[in-house]
Design a protein around this ligand. Sequence first.
Ligand code: SAT
Ligand code: MN
Length: 570
Amino acid sequence: MQKVIGRLGGCVPRVPPPAAFQRGGSRRKAGKRWGLCPPPARQFVEEGVRLCRPRALRLCDGSPAEGAALLSQLQAEGVLHPLPKYDNCWLARTDPRDVARVESRTVLVTERERDAIPPKPPGGGPQQLGNWMSPPAFEQAVQERFPGCMEEPLVSQWPCDPARTLVAHLPDQRRIVSFGSGYGGNSLLGKKCFALRIASRLARDEGWLAEHMLILGVTDPAGKKRYVAAAFPSACGKTNLAMMTPALPGWRVHCVGDDIAWMKFDAEGRLRAINPESGFFGVAPGTSMRTNPNAMLTVRANTIFTNVGCTSDGGVYWEGIDQPVRPGTTLTSWLGQPWTPGDPQPCAHPNSRFCAPANQCPIMDPAWEDPEGVPIDAIIFGGRRPEGVPLVYEAFNWRHGVFVGSAMRSEATAAAEHTGRRLMHDPFAMRPFFGYNAGQYLAHWLAVGEREGARLPRIFHVNWFLRDGAGRFVWPGFGHNARVLAWICSRVAGEDNAKTTPVGLVPREDALDLDGLPGVSYADLFPVSRPFWEKEARELRRYYEENFGEDLPKEVMGELSALEERVKKM
Ligand code: SAT
Ligand code: MN
């Protein structure tokens, strides 16, 4: 990009100082702020201006007044609609073609392909562990998209360019270049692009971990508190778990974050986690006072909703909101059309979202903004697995845990362009978010486990989504997941209450509290099936060979072989 801009540099005028944002605001003040910007930041902006040729340049100060002015401008332009039922809440309807992350157009730009992705699968199928773009191809892509792009007349209230969307990362330069989409994960660049893709590369270079994980604090009835980080693929109940109301008397949960964890060892060798985000960007459908009261209480003010439905009395509506609509109230779908319950199309888009400040969540942890982070005692991996995978198991050790993370699979979600209920591999829930070769990522996790003096968290795998023969969930989930957290805490405390299976350590029958759950049986929750695990291991071997090839660390392949051996003896 730098080179492209360099070439353009000679033929465009000097960048004018930015205009003050507020109407009537002082140009002098803005000019002063501009002068205070560090030279690299100014240079970055100037290059962008020369390339994109915007009508005006505004330097944001992040003040409440500026926020209010932006909101009213967006309302005047028809981008945002007020939701008067709540306090300072807004509805955005995107272009219906711009509703999710676009994995096929998300690329890592590196000199060598191998630095970005493992070797291409034999037979030339698409690499599932990311997309690589060469620097010359990237420069060409920039040339085809950016010059003068901000001079173009607006064609709708939601400018986007789905045919030319590109979300490019230049990890060597710690740089992100995004074009053509206004959807969260493609355009909120601090989130997936920086806090996961670029940060995972920083983390590898500097010896820490940037992960697609929620962070929660769990306190037992005796007052002992532990922190847990958990990785699930997008829209798999992460926000619900992060804000859970325990259904076990005396237990409490506090939320540190619902999507991303940066974890670093402290001087005592403990892994400490921070949430690098200041808000939640959660999936709306399915969120209700029953499933996630804390999320519902979080989004009553200062929230932007995207692609949800709305009610004629100025409220929001989505599938599973579980709130009666007052008589005489009419509904409008995310497409802006009249909608009535029973219509074949959903009222809200399945990937419709709320975007709300984290400090509005009633159960934020007192330490959620502590720059030292919170000490992590357990790491949980999980996925939507309708059959075969037990409710919970513990890895035998760190190396086995890395294998368990690499072997994660889950039913596809609405957060990306995939559809249907296909089981997808999603190692560490990072498949769409690796900032470098996924094989090297696994090697980095293994190296973290070898660190001298490290007091490593224990690693677990959970599956809230087992179904019975009739397709019904066998586990009540939600607040009852606290029962699983309780067992995890008991393991961290060193209790001898697990039994060994070929897959990992599971709770002994008396160690998991199932009191007051009629119809829930231990046997249903802990299926042990040799044919299932034989098939799973076969599929995993195929997946590793096709997608990681020779970049799969031999330790991970060794763990798969060890699993196969244990399964043979079942
Ligand atoms: O779709 S986003 O990347 O914006 C959010 C998510 O998947 O967690
Ligand atoms: Mn996510």
